[in-house]
Design a protein around this ligand. Structure first.
Ligand code: GLN
Length: 196
């Protein structure tokens, strides 16, 4: 793994709020690259899968021939999935009427829209344990997925009302909520520094 300043972080840019992640990477002065083609994956050290719409992302992953290479990448590199991105890195989706095919990178089961629809969006100050003591994050839940089950090798980093909302397994980080909507880069910095 290259030093912090040398790393190139990819942001999956098929759909969703990838520009906000790119903006935050810019605040941290971390090199970054939008990922749209399999070849882009060879240029990056880690990948963020943003929020957006998992049904659309699912279709575009196949259209852009990214499903296999991205799954392969996620087996050996850091990946951070947020909101729709968390749905994509999960192992299973409960009541999956839309037929989204998750990539299976972290052993969690998720419920899409588990915190309600767009009108039920909310912001919450959440305590999180990110290794160096507990800090807090402003977490925004927008049509957010709920984590219904975590596998034995999954660590819970933050919970909301007794349900895990930020989890980790080895090189994979997944969160129900957004933190990229404002300029608080705490979680992004944690991902870049601690995941290797
Ligand atoms: N509910 C959306 C989905 O299922 C995710 C919402 C989000 O990413 N903000 O894809």
């Amino acid at each position: 793994m290259r030093k912090f300043e040398k790393r190139q972080v990819g942001v999956l840019a098929l759909q969703g709020d990838y520009e906000r992640h790119q903006h935050q990477l810019g605040l941290l002065r971390v090199k970054n690259r939008l990922v749209r083609l399999p070849a882009d994956l060879t240029e990056i050290d880690s990948l963020i899968i943003p929020g957006g719409e998992s049904t659309t992302m699912d279709i575009l992953l196949d259209r852009f021939h990214l499903r296999e290479p991205l799954t392969e990448f996620g087996r050996s590199h850091p990946v951070y999935g947020t909101c729709a991105g968390m749905i994509m890195v999960a192992t299973s989706i409960r009541d999956n009427q839309a037929g989204v095919k998750p990539l299976g990178l972290i052993d969690i089961e998720v419920v899409r829209m588990g915190y309600g629809r767009q009108v039920h969006s909310f912001e919450e100050i959440l305590p999180v344990s990110l290794g160096n003591g507990t800090s807090s994050l402003t977490a925004t839940f927008i049509r957010a997925p709920r984590i219904a089950r975590t596998g034995p090798d999954v660590t819970v980093l933050a919970s909301y009302k007794d349900h895990p909302v930020l989890v980790r397994r080895d090189n994979v980080l997944a969160g129900s909520f957004h933190t990229e909507l404002d300029d608080d880069t705490t979680l992004l910095r944690y991902f870049i520094q601690e995941f290797s």
